[in-house]
Ligand binder design. Structure first.
Ligand code: DQA
Length: 146
């Protein structure tokens, strides 16, 4: 049997972490975030498969391929979180424990960021706690699924 694994999904523009608006999104790069989640999950004997894409369909293809067998899913959908119904439907279909992460507190920002269309198909959300939010999500998923 393959080792248990989490999916770590990052949506559009998150490849620019560390460079893009560091006051808002911090100074960790995407690779730093992947390493952080991998180290955290490793402590529970859990592996991490990661995917970043600027294209909704690519994220859906990856989720359909690897999601059904995953222990859980950490997803920062970026701006897709505000309007991407196909991504929402994909997560509903896969039906694995999912935690949505937003680095910034989207509720304190522009009105268009207040709507989160994945909200009703995820187990929970970590919002506004910086890139540490990814680590908290990993711990939660590993502990929910011992
Ligand atoms: C974000 C918040 C989104 O509104 C924004 O489009 C992003 C990043 C966050 O992590 O705070 O790209 O998901």
């Amino acid at each position: 049997m393959p080792n248990p694994y989490l999916l770590l999904i990052n949506g559009p523009n998150l490849n620019r972490l560390g460079v893009r608006k560091p006051d808002t999104y911090g100074t960790r790069t995407l690779q730093d975030v992947v390493d952080l989640v991998r180290e955290t999950a490793q402590g529970y004997g859990v592996e991490v498969l990661d995917k970043q894409s600027n294209h909704e369909g690519e994220l859906i293809d990856f989720l359909q391929q690897h999601g059904p067998e995953a222990l859980g899913i950490i997803i920062n959908p970026g701006a897709f979180g505000h309007y991407a119904y196909a991504l929402r439907d994909c997560l509903e279909d896969i039906d694995r424990p999912t935690i949505e992460v937003h680095i910034s507190n989207v509720h304190k920002r522009e009105a268009f960021r207040h709507q989160l269309v994945l909200a009703d198909v995820v187990q929970g959300q970590v919002v506004g706690l910086g890139t540490d939010g990814y680590r908290y999500a990993a711990i939660a998923l590993c502990q929910l699924n011992p």
